[in-house]
Each structure stands twice: as C-alpha cells, then as structure tokens.
Design a protein around this ligand. Sequence first.
Ligand SMILES: Cc1ncc(COP(=O)(O)O)c(C=O)c1O
Length: 506
Amino acid sequence: MIFELKRDSHIPLYAQIATQVRSMIATGTLKVGDRLPPNRELAKTLGVNRTTVTTAYGELEADGLIRSHVGRGTFISAVPAASPSTVKKERVQLSPMLWNALLADQKRDSWLNAMMHSIRSKDTISLAYGLPQADLFPLEDFRRCVDRVLRREGRELLQLGMSSGYEPLQEYLASQMALSGITVKPDEVLITNGCQQSLDLIRRIFVGSNDEIAIENPTYPGAISVFCGNNAKYSSVPVGDSGIDLSALEEILSQRRPKLIYTIPSFHNPTGVTMDIAARRRLLELALKYRVPIVEDDIYGELRYDGPSLPSLKALDEYGLVIYINSFSKVGFPGLRVGWIAAPRIVVDYLNAAKQKCDLHASLLTQAAIYEFSRHGLLAKHIKRVKRAYAQRRDAMLEAMEKHFPDEAIWNRPEGGMAVWVKLPQSLNAGEILLQSIENGVLFSPGDHFYSNLPQYNVMRLSFTMASPVLIEEGIKRLGAIIKRRLLSLRKQRAIGRAEERRALV
Ligand SMILES: Cc1ncc(COP(=O)(O)O)c(C=O)c1O
C-alpha cells in the first residue's frame, strides 16, 4: 500500500490516510477481506504518530468500511458507495441504495468514535477530553452494588419499567438536591440517559422550526449540535470573565424573544468561568422579566476544588424559571449514561412523553446500581477522591504552563471543572498547533469547536483530568515548545516581510 501524505496540507494526516484507504477500496486496490497493516507498523512506515493511524482507522470503522478483530487484525469489511464505472463489478457488491441522497441530516459526525480511538492509544498524553480518568473508578465497589441490586430485585430490573425512571433514584436525587437548596418533589425529576439526552428532549418539546434559543458562545459542542444544527435558529451570547454576558443577553431577550436560555453557570465548558452570585440573581431577573426559561447545565457543579461554593440557579429560583440538568458523567461514570432533569411537573410530564417516544426509559439496572452506589456513600467517597486528584492535576497544569508557555499566552485559573482555557496571540492557529502536537504525542481541543458563531482560532482547551501530574507537565512542556517555535517562526516571517517592504520602497 502506498500513501502520499502532504505534511504541509491543512487536511489532518489522519484524514488523508482515511481518504486514501477509502479510494483504494473504491477502486478495488483493496478488496473486502483484505487485511490492513497493524497501526504501529503503518505509523512507522509513514513516519507518523500511532494515534494518527488509530484515528484514521477509527473513521473508517465508523463508516463501516473496515472492522477490527482482536488478535487477528483489521480487515476491509465493505465498499463505499461509488460510481459503478470506477469499481470492478465482479469484486464488489455495491449498494443499490443512494443513502446520502435519502438522508435528512447529511452531517455525519463520527467525533465520538475518533475520540474513543485516540483515548485508547496508550502512547498519547491526552489533554483533550473532559472525562474522568478510568483508572480512578472504584470497580470492586461498583461491582458489589450491581451484584446486590441484581440479587435483590433482578427480575424487576430486567423487566420494562416506568419511563420517568427508577423511583428510588428519583427520590434519592430529590433528597440530595434538597441538601443544595433545590426544592423538587421526586415526580419533578426525570431520569435520562445523561445530559446530552436531556438537552435533546428539551429541544424536542420547546423548540419548533421557527423558534430560537439563546446559547452561550463558546459552549459545550454537544449543546451546539442539539440546538444549532439542521437550520435551527439561535442567538449566540458571548461569555465573559463572569459567565454569560448579561447585557448582550438582555438585548437578545428584548429583541428576539428566544424560547430558552441555555447556560453552564459553574465551571463553564470550555472557558472554566463561574458566574458569581450577583450575576446569577441578575440572570434570574432577566428570565422573569422576559418570561424566558433557563436551562441550567450543572454537570460540573460538584467539581469545585477551591473558593466558596455557590448556589445553583435552580436553588435561587423562586418562580420555577429553571430547568435543571445534571448527570453522573463527570462525578462518576460517563459510560453508565445516567442523568436527570429537575423541572416543574408540567414540563417533566411533557419531557417524559418525549422520552417514551425516544427510548422508553433509561436502563433500570444502571439506575439501580448507581442508586445503590450513591446511597451507601460510595459516590461521595469517590467524588472526594477524584476532587483531590483533579485539584492536584489542575495545579500541575497551571504550574507547568507558567514554566513552559510563552508570555503572550493568557489563561485563567478555574476553581473547578476539568479544563483550562488558553488564549494564544491572534496570529496563532490552535488547529495547526494541534497537528504538530499530535505528532509529538499530545492531544488537546482546539477552541474553535466550541463556537456556534464567529469561531476563534487562537484558543485551546486543555483538560487536566485524564493524565497524571507527571504526564501533564511533560505534555505542557512539549506543547509550550511547539507554541514558542511557531511564534518565533511567525516573527521571523514578519521580519522578512518588513525587510522586503523596506527594500521595495527604496
Ligand atoms: C457542559 C456539558 N453538558 C453535558 C455534557 C454531556 O454529559 P452526559 O455525559 O451527561 O450526557 C457534557 C460533556 O462533556 C458537558 O461538558
């Protein structure tokens, strides 16, 4: 197999590899059943990082073109839909269906697959994903909880249940929220498959084709894909040092009357900023004045490492203006897919009906297991442990940045959450830095992914939860060196440019 990689192209190397494999399959150079070279071998041959090949294979697997078999290797499993003239008929079975033409939503996002492939690669230092580190999961404790609930009520848990959720968990969550000042009854709590589903259900019941929502800019990309995809209407509200820009929001509320305001007031993703109490109160006043409900995403709320704790918007809400969403993904285990919505009963009833249409209900076994884990204090113990680890990692990252990043880079010190938001000089492009950084074994998230509008290309999000302090220091050191080199080369180019200009004037 011969690949031609253009290292100076704006197309990432993994995408170039994936495209070339696709075309080899389409032209019959590679046939169904053919074996691809192992990741390590191909990476070595091409002189690229192993992650690059893993990500390329991940894309092809997500497209259903290749399949990996543990211990046997990776094989071509299908051919892409292509012009029949380009493909030898006897070799391939082309689908008679033009799937792309039939799809209502032609955007195919395989970011989750690509991400999971790069996470699995042991050689990379990952500062890219806001996820808990799996090494910290208390597996034995959790296994015992699963055993216990199966023994106690296995038959009920494996039967179909109520779409509103596993009742003991609804009751438990209502009692836990009461401890943080949120007063809701158990039937005002809907269990979902995580905040991502909560956002989708909220959109389904509130946002019609002509409706608009107000969304922070930048924000969590999963919210952008729910609220801003498929010709949706939305207003992007800037985020400042103390969260959502309230003056900009008021202008939008008064002029455009959006259906909802979506906000992450604590340890905002990606900027890490937290709204102070005055800003929280003012936001609630605006919601009341313009009668626009707030969707409060509090997924990072409990991950505070220092500074005084603040009440959630829902806890401050006297008028039932807030639809509160949270999940066990950041404090516990994202793979469980258990989250919840707390909202006025009428809203929960509609959301419940939408949930039923979607997937009937969340898995009873996982709900019961996390309930058992929580009620025995094991979640609280786990949170205490991860908070200690994450605080250390955040500090290690900030210290390393002080040491290795150029003076021109600016960042904040988040009091909680999972990441640090870095602003580079305007002339630098974080996406280009990422390409070099991947080659050096370090992953991070370029900031432009987090914008629904007017993306900024000189920002980056560095997550500190998934690597040890030692690896964080190493990752930041490598990244700092890349940024400094790029700054230097830009300065040199500019100096040459200036010299050329002077010469031209003479
Ligand atoms: C702000 C925010 N909301 C929601 C989610 C998705 O959470 P869940 O795993 O509960 O669906 C994420 C995940 O990164 C997030 O950052």
